[in-house]
Design a protein around this ligand. Structure first.
Ligand code: AMP
Length: 303
């Protein structure tokens, strides 16, 4: 098992969905990622929180293999985000994004993290993602997430960092925007030409499409009756996907496929409750059951 270094947001989220509403719960892309990945590998978290992020909030990281030496605490308020979902849970409106202490954030990678073999650059400004790569010593594997905001707002920096990345994990809308292609098959080829050898496209309730030089692997989304809150599902997917890779000796094609199922299993669990609640109460048995559900969902007898 190799440790995973991650950099991204730790936040206070407020979320409204057809199932209800929560306010000021711990969230953030790097938080969902770290908690999900910690079921499979050690995580090294680099992020920033304000002085309003107290002992209670720190408990989400407690009792897990998450090294917090890179978690900066500065004076000011923690990053805050609020989202509201429509009835079909596919459309989401961002009500506000208060960067707060995140605005001045410069990632500082502690010495003990600099030799991390596996790096996941969660969704932050691509210039900061580059700064992280400048501070680590030749990692074996780098993966990156990004969003529309950076694809449109910082395209040059994003293209520079993409050249140094092995795998991109993005959603379908972002893949279309980044490539300028509406077909996800074409989009994945164009994104691979930008640098990464593999592209993993998250398609929400429709599952995941993974593309590399040799072809594709696709899985549907697990039919879930009670989707309560999709927030962080993409980051949770990335946590399961990369955590699984980190727990494997070698990254064969089969391992990549298993990792996609692992990420999908973790995301399918996460959406069953608000925020991090479901992930924080997960048992290994729950994860195994989800693997079985995916196997059952996708297996059939050949004619
Ligand atoms: P997702 O549902 O995968 O888009 O992730 C939602 C999480 O990302 C929430 O926990 C938010 O706190 C966090 N988030 C929202 N906007 C941003 C942003 N601009 N930069 C970093 N993290 C964000």
């Amino acid at each position: 098992m190799r440790p995973v270094l991650t950099v991204g947001s730790v936040a206070f989220d407020s979320v409204k969905t057809p199932s209800g509403e929560v306010s000021r719960v711990v969230g953030g892309a790097a938080t969902f990622f770290s908690v999900a990945a910690s079921f499979f590998a050690g995580v090294r978290l680099v992020a920033v929180v304000g002085d309003d992020f107290g002992e209670m909030e720190m408990k989400v990281f407690g009792g897990r293999d998450i090294d917090l030496a890179g978690l900066q605490r500065v004076s000011g308020e923690t990053f805050r985000w609020k989202g509201e979902y429509g009835n079909d849970l596919n459309s989401r409106e961002t009500i506000y994004t208060h960067l707060n202490v995140f605005e001045e954030f410069r990632p500082h990678i502690p010495d003990t993290f600099r030799t991390s073999p596996i790096v996941f650059l969660a969704n932050i400004h691509p210039a900061l993602q580059l700064e992280v790569l400048e501070q680590v010593q030749e990692p074996e594997f780098v993966a990156l997430d990004t969003m529309n905001y950076w694809i449109e707002g910082a395209p040059d920096e994003l293209k520079t960092v993409l050249q140094r990345v092995d795998v991109v994990v993005i959603n379908d809308e972002e893949a279309r925007l980044l490539s300028g292609e509406s077909s996800l098959v074409k989009a994945s080829r164009i994104i691979r030409q930008m640098g990464p050898s593999r592209v993993v496209i998250k398609r929400g309730e429709h599952g995941v499409l993974m593309a590399d030089r040799d072809g594709y692997f696709a899985t549907p989304g697990l039919p879930i009756e009670n989707v309560v809150d999709p927030t962080g599902a993409g980051d949770t997917f990335a946590g399961g996907f990369i955590g699984y890779l980190a727990s494997s000796e070698t990254f064969t094609d089969d391992v990549y496929r298993q990792a996609v199922i692992c990420g999908s299993a973790m995301a399918s669990l996460s959406v069953e409750d608000f925020g991090l609640s479901r992930l924080l109460s997960l048992a290994d048995e729950d994860i195994r059951e989800r693997f079985d559900s995916f196997r059952h969902l996708t297996s059939f007898e050949q004619l």
